[in-house]
Design a protein around this ligand. Structure first.
Ligand code: MV4
Length: 496
């Protein structure tokens, strides 16, 4: 068993990992930058190591500083969390060279999945479905035209080194193809120092569904089912859930996608926790998209439904333990969803809203889990991702989970900064959402049908009154037809 582990991350995920370590009797070392001196993770961990200036390049992204901190503090292993160095094959190798265990997959698997064209080839070789597309990178305009004609328009240009939507271009007709290739290629070159692009058939209004896999270092691999992540904005996930409403209606889809995910992970000689992303079209055809070789932000919904602690398993697997859970032991119970609470203003094009948290009341109670990285008096820095916390709710059914989520959102109060908290209450009340009619187009359509009134001073006074009423009778809020902006400004004028 490890005695001490360093957490190469910050925010809520660092806190999540401190908790798992403490439960296992392992000492934790948090790391911090100037902006994070007083972070919750630093306060909660057994030890803390200063990395440097707030800029991530000089702190959380510095391989040398992090390896050095692990050496100085005597940590035998490093958990990278998500983002930062978590999918950096060189970091995984540097850990190994320093005699430190990297809590994650082998460096070779990280590297292979980092190339989207290599990952696609691997999936094809493993017999998993991929979106129809070019065999490899586009060589010239003629090659692109021939391929697009075979696929049929619309097509999608993607960067080989990409991910997260950068360097992606939709092309609807041949006349636009050459210019789009130039655009996508130069964007990819700037972003990834690699201008290679390839073509795929465009899947219209897909669902984004991913499969969680877990493998040990002895060749055992299981999947823990799916998470539906279709509700996203600009490739940033906003709500995730397990099970996917489509799987509840078609359970055989889970089995087929789970098997495809296992074939891909095995072909990559994968171990530890990983996620295989798929697109699912309206006819429930599924296609491999990419593999994320890390613990994901949204892992709590899988934990709530399977009862398995993914971070604990990551630690055991990294220690060389064998998986004791067989595929037939995995059971899915009830329904869970997660809302990502960001310090951003939904009424100002989701602009970041950093600053001092002057008031905080956190939701709790049956079926509610809050993974938070903040406290009252903490100043949210502008330097990093604006994720404050992840609010998750579990219920015996999707309806029950939605009811709990709605209740928890109304309990949650964050003062001093703008957050997207109340925005989620509106989504929970949305008919299409409640019906489980999800696709990656959901949020844009939702924003379109949402009534947004810019409140005047008078309206704010009404909202303040309504917020008071709402505390006594939450139903008064919806019967007054209040938008989240009204409620939020009402609450804030009360907190001032
Ligand atoms: C697609 C697609 C439709 N057809 N590929 C976006 C990010 C990158 N990881 C892959 N993405 C997509 N690839 C084909 N052939 C639609 C998307 C996409 C998307 C995928 C997952 C989650 C959200 C998305 C939002 C817009 C587009």
């Amino acid at each position: 068993m490890f005695q001490k582990v360093l957490i190469a991350n910050r925010g809520e995920i660092a806190v999540r990992i401190v908790r798992a370590l403490r439960e296992s009797g392992i000492a934790s070392v948090a790391v911090y930058s100037d902006a994070d001196r007083a972070s919750l993770a630093v306060q909660m961990a057994d030890e803390a190591a200063y990395l440097g200036p707030s800029a991530a390049s000089e702190s959380y992204l510095s391989i040398a500083k992090i390896i050095n901190a692990a050496r100085v503090h005597g940590a035998e292993a490093i958990h990278p969390g998500y983002g930062f160095l978590s999918e950096n094959a060189e970091f995984a190798e540097a850990c190994e060279t320093a005699g430190i265990v990297f809590i994650g997959p082998p460096a070779a698997a990280i590297r292979q999945m980092g190339s989207k064209t290599a990952a696609r080839k691997l999936a094809i070789a493993a017999g998993a479905p991929v979106v129809p597309g070019s065999e490899s990178a586009i060589e010239n305009a003629e090659h692109a035209k021939k391929t697009a004609l075979r696929l049929g328009y619309p097509v999608l240009l993607k960067a080989s080194a990409g991910g997260g939507g950068k360097g992606m271009r939709r092309v609807d007709r041949e006349a636009d193809l050459e210019a789009a290739i130039r655009d996508a290629s130069s964007e990819a070159l700037r972003a990834f120092q690699n201008g290679e692009v390839y073509l795929e058939k465009l899947v219209l209004e897909p669902r984004h569904i991913e499969i969680q896999v877990l493998g040990d270092r002895h060749g055992h691999m299981i999947h823990l089912g799916e998470r539906e992540c279709s509700i996203q904005r600009r490739h940033q996930k906003v709500i995730e859930e397990c099970p996917s409403p489509v799987m509840t209606e078609h359970p055989e889809l889970r089995e087929r996608m789970g098997e495809a995910a296992l074939r891909i992970a095995r072909a990559a000689n994968y171990s530890n926790a990983g996620t295989i992303e798929f697109l699912v079209d309206r006819d429930r055809n599924f296609y491999f998209l990419e593999m994320n070789t890390r613990l994901q932000v949204e892992h709590p919904v899988t934990e709530l439904v399977t009862g398995m602690d993914l971070v604990q398993w990551q630690l055991r697997i990294a220690e060389g333990e064998a998986l004791t859970v067989r595929q037939e032991d995995v059971r899915w119970s009830g329904s869970a969803m997660e809302c990502r609470i960001y310090s951003e203003d939904p009424e100002q094009q989701f602009l970041p809203s950093p600053g001092l948290i002057t008031r905080l009341r956190e939701p709790a109670g049956p079926g509610v889990r809050l993974d938070s990285g903040v406290y009252q008096g903490w100043t949210v820095p502008l330097d990093y991702d604006p994720l404050l916390a992840k609010l998750a709710a579990w219920g015996p059914s999707r309806e029950a989970a939605i009811a709990r989520m709605r209740r928890a959102i109304l309990e949650y109060e964050i003062g001093g900064i703008r957050t997207n908290r109340a925005f989620f209450a509106e989504i929970m009340d949305d008919e299409a959402f409640r019906a489980g009619e999800l696709s990656t187009a959901f949020l844009e359509e939702f924003m379109g049908r949402r009534r947004v009134l810019e409140p005047t001073g008078e309206m704010e006074a009404v909202a303040a009154l309504a917020a008071v009423l709402g505390r006594r009778a939450p139903s008064a809020q919806s019967s007054l037809g209040l938008t989240s902006r009204w409620l939020e400004s009402g609450r804030e004028s009360l907190l001032r």
